[in-house]
Design a protein around this ligand. Structure first.
Ligand code: FAD
Ligand code: FMN
Ligand code: SF4
Length: 396
């Protein structure tokens, strides 16, 4: 090869059969390709490298370590187009969480790609400008929907109070962030907290909204972002002590049923993440889902690691197209292809059948009211964040 004709060798990786190496999920370390790039230094031309270089520190480590002369930033710029300026100023850009949901999993649909963490991406022209009609805005719940709603409302010039019943922000997203498949999710909550403080938003933790608190704030607009709680379908045995919703179970921070087996009922995104986390501890898992595929709501690149991990693990038994009809203390009645059968399973049964809106009592008032995220019809962090932003934009 005529290397004297080459100015830059740009190192990225993967193939369509190994897509996890092209657009790496969050489980891959930041700057994962740097050691590979370093091997091209000896040829002479400048070397550039891509791949999970999503923070200023990661970029600096690649450059200072001498692995490459240039860093290529992909998704981090999609999550925050001001990434380079903010990093050079020593600030914290809106973080890419390497979920792959809104970018690489959408690009093949011929629709505009979007970004889970940034509802402005691809919709830049729709962002409402700051307002002169400064309202008092009350946001109820500090999950992804409420965090984005509060920040966006403050950015438009409103006075914002966010009430959060729990002692920490994040809602279900915080539970997801504790799972091994989602190591970057926590960065988003930390970023929101910092930005809300910078914007002067009054975030009140351990404060449940009730009519007295709402009246005290005397809002002009209320954004209900109280999220959802586990839906527990009314099958016989659902009240047995061995049954819990996945969110409840995660919130209890249960160390897990060592030495036993666990049934996860529901092969949706949350069910898969929980089954995966349990299987990683060496516990046997039965994953039951009425779905015909694992987490059909998730795209291929989002679940590119978890699906093969579950399907190739001999300790994980997966029954799709299968309904759970009854739960007894030591066995489960399942339905499949029109037939019913008892399965001997006596361990915990964790239910992942979506959510129902959390109950919220506000009292009455003449405020403008919005309901966003899982408190309404959302069922994902991207919907929650997009709806939170839209509500903040619509405050009159
Ligand atoms: C295990 C798991 C994995 C997931 N993985 C993904 C994923 O990969 N991608 C994705 O898009 N989505 C994922 N989700 C779903 C996503 O986390 C939720 O859809 C999203 O968090 C909903 O956001 P929200 O703000 O509407 O509600 P929530 O996250 O439920 O937050 C609502 C908040 O409101 C608070 N609250 C409730 N009532 C009151 C009250 N009266 N006063 C004050 N505060 C109140 C709650 O304490 C909570 O903090 C996952 C969920 C789980 C459980
Ligand atoms: C939406 C999207 C489209 C991409 N398209 C291409 C492409 O056409 N060719 C290519 O070599 N890499 C493509 N990539 C991979 C990126 O160039 C980059 O190598 C990869 O995303 C890892 O870098 P990052 O962690 O900074 O995003 C794409 C990535 C994304 C997210
Ligand atoms: S959709 Fe997810 S992976 Fe893609 S840029 Fe946004 S945060 Fe990053």
């Amino acid at each position: 090869m005529r290397l004297d004709l080459v100015d830059v060798i740009d190192v990225s990786a993967g193939s369509y059969e190994a897509g996890e190496w092209i657009v790496q999920p969050g489980e891959f370390p930041r700057g994962v390709l740097a050691p590979h790039a370093a091997r091209y230094r000896r040829f002479g031309p400048l070397v550039a490298v891509a791949g999970r270089i999503s923070t200023g520190d990661a970029a600096e480590a690649v450059l200072a370590g001498g692995a490459a002369d240039l860093v290529s930033i992909g998704r981090a710029l999609h999550a925050d187009p001001d990434w380079a300026r903010i990093v050079l100023d020593g600030g914290a850009p809106r973080p890419c969480i390497a979920c792959n949901q809104g970018c690489i999993d959408v690009v093949h649909t011929q629709q505009p790609i979007w970004c889970v963490v940034n509802p402005g991406t691809s919709r830049e022209s729709e962002l409402a400008p700051p307002t002169t009609a400064r309202r008092r805005v009350l946001v109820i719940g500090a999950g992804p929907a409420g965090l984005e709603a509060g920040l966006r409302a403050a950015a438009r010039g409103h006075r914002v109070t966010v009430l959060e019943a729990a002692a920490a922000v994040g809602g279900q997203f915080r539970l997801a962030a504790g799972l091994p498949s989602r190591p970057e999710f926590g960065r988003l909550m930390a970023w929101y907290l910092r930005e809300l403080a910078r914007a002067g938003v009054d975030v009140r933790l351990s404060t449940r909204a009730d009519p007295a608190v709402v009246a005290d704030v005397a809002p002009d607009a209320v954004i209900v972002a109280a999220g959802g709680v586990d839906a527990l379908p009314a099958v016989p045995g659902i009240d047995l002590p061995r049954v819990a919703g996945v969110r409840d179970w995660l919130a209890r921070n249960d160390p897990g049923p060592a030495g036993t087996s666990v049934t996860v009922w529901g092969a949706d995104r949350a069910g898969l993440a929980v089954a995966d986390a349990i299987a990683a501890t060496g516990v046997r898992v039965l994953l039951l889902g009425a779905q015909q595929e694992l987490a059909p709501e998730a795209g291929r690149r989002e679940k590119i690691l978890v699906v093969p991990r579950l399907t190739t693990n001999p300790a994980v038994r997966i029954l799709l197209g299968t309904t759970l009809e009854a739960i007894e203390p030591n066995r489960l009645l399942v339905g499949r292809d029109g037939a019913r059968q008892w399965i001997d399973e006596s361990g915990p049964v964790l239910v992942s059948q979506g959510t129902v809106p959390a109950p919220v009592v506000l009292g009455s008032g003449s405020w403008q009211r919005f309901t966003v995220g899982d408190a309404g019809f959302g069922a994902s962090a991207d919907a929650a964040i997009a709806q939170g932003a839209a509500a903040a934009q619509a405050i009159r």
